[in-house]
Write a protein that binds this ligand. Structure first.
Ligand code: FES
Ligand SMILES: [Fe+2]
Length: 366
């Protein structure tokens, strides 16, 4: 079978339009999601609480999950082992998790603690009465979790090499930056749009003014893409340390995308996280979380007016959804100069990747 997307961008044609419209293609795409790490939360989101439900991952992985923080952070199944009720429905500070249906309680480590009216039940409680625990990974205060993610996570090395100098773990969650949109477009179309700066001069007049379009850079790595927005003359930039591989450049923003739908946008003021959650072939939820590191940098440069940029992008993406749904359109071609990020995404999305170093077997053994 030839590749759906030719590895040579000069020969390649873009993603067939049924990837943006058909239920079956969406199911195929969703089947890949468990093989990747996903953003769960930033440590600062705990605040004074110790339990955070993470419902966006239910849309990505089909699993209600909850983060708990005791000595360490755990990602537990949020499904009661009695009859399947959702255990925690909101962020809270508790000593134990108590199912609201019939009162079964669990420790914050997920272990079964007590259950009313269960006298005489044989072989009870057993290991299967504990809440299931999923793998977690933390980098600089950012917590990732997954269903069967790979043990070796090269994206962490990529982030560390580039941004290890940034005090990301001390960034503070800013509730006023939270946004939750539902757009009328396929999730992959939203990702496509994110992965190129090609449209900036056409769609984002304001952003175009602060970015140096000619020096916009795109780099690909396993499972992701980095775009670097350079600042126009006199616009706000990072103060990069000598240890940064970009030392000496006028970087205005680092835009990291990790398959499938995680966008980590770093600006001199902090981090804006965008989560792309498929709802149906033609509906997608976009969730924004903001984490501020230096509030004196807010309101300037590439990260100044994110609502406006988002609105401009959503209009384009929704109109493009109408276009790709037409019978007369199927596929296009890529710009080798400006669309390597999208090409990389389409290669990942359509590849028959086998991951053989799953944590799954380890999880099943204990
Ligand atoms: S479903 Fe949780 S106690 Fe019954
Ligand atoms: Fe855009």
């Amino acid at each position: 079978m030839p590749d759906v997307i030719d590895p040579d961008i000069r020969r390649a044609r873009t993603l067939p339009s049924d990837y943006y419209t058909s239920e079956e293609r969406l199911k195929e795409s969703l089947a890949k999601f468990p093989d990747y790490w996903h953003f769960a939360a930033h440590r600062s989101q705990f605040g004074s609480s110790n339990v955070i439900p993470i419902p966006h991952l239910e849309g990505m992985l089909g699993e209600p999950m909850v983060l708990t923080c005791e000595e360490d952070i755990k990602c537990l199944s949020n499904v009661c082992t009695h009859r399947g009720m959702i255990v925690a429905d909101s962020q809270c500070d508790v000593k134990s998790l108590r199912c609201p249906y019939h009162g079964r309680t669990f420790g914050l480590d997920g272990c079964f603690r007590s259950m009313p009216e269960f006298g005489g039940v044989e072989n009870f409680p057993s290991k299967s009465d504990d809440l299931f625990q999923f793998p977690t990974l933390e980098w600089n205060g950012i917590i990732f979790c997954g269903k069967v993610p790979p043990e070796f996570s090269s994206f962490i090395d990529e982030l560390e090499n580039r941004l290890g100098w940034m005090p990301i773990s001390s960034f503070e969650h800013d509730q006023s930056r939270f946004r939750d949109y539902e757009i009328r477009a396929n999730w992959a179309l939203y990702v496509d749009n994110y992965l190129e700066g090609f449209h900036i001069p056409f769609v984002h007049e304001g952003l175009h003014g602060v970015l140096d379009y000619d020096n916009y850079r795109t780099e690909t790595f396993e499972g992701g893409v980095l775009q670097i927005g350079m600042a126009s003359e006199g616009e706000q930039t990072f103060e990069l340390p000598e240890t940064s591989p970009d030392f000496g450049s006028n970087v205005a923003a680092y835009y990291y995308w990790l398959f499938p739908g995680l966008m980590l946008n770093f600006y001199p003021w902090g981090l804006s996280v965008n989560l792309v959650v498929p709802v149906s072939p033609e509906r997608t939820r976009i969730i924004y979380h903001g984490f501020v590191g230096d509030d004196s940098m807010l309101g300037k440069g590439a990260g100044a007016d994110l609502d406006k940029v988002e609105e401009e992008d959503q209009q384009i993406v929704e109109a493009t959804q109408r276009g790709v749904s037409s019978d007369s359109y199927d596929r296009g071609r890529y710009s080798p100069k400006r669309e390597v990020g999208i090409h990389h995404f389409h290669r990942i999305l359509t590849s028959e990747r086998e991951i053989d170093n799953h944590l799954w077997s380890q999880m099943g053994d204990d």
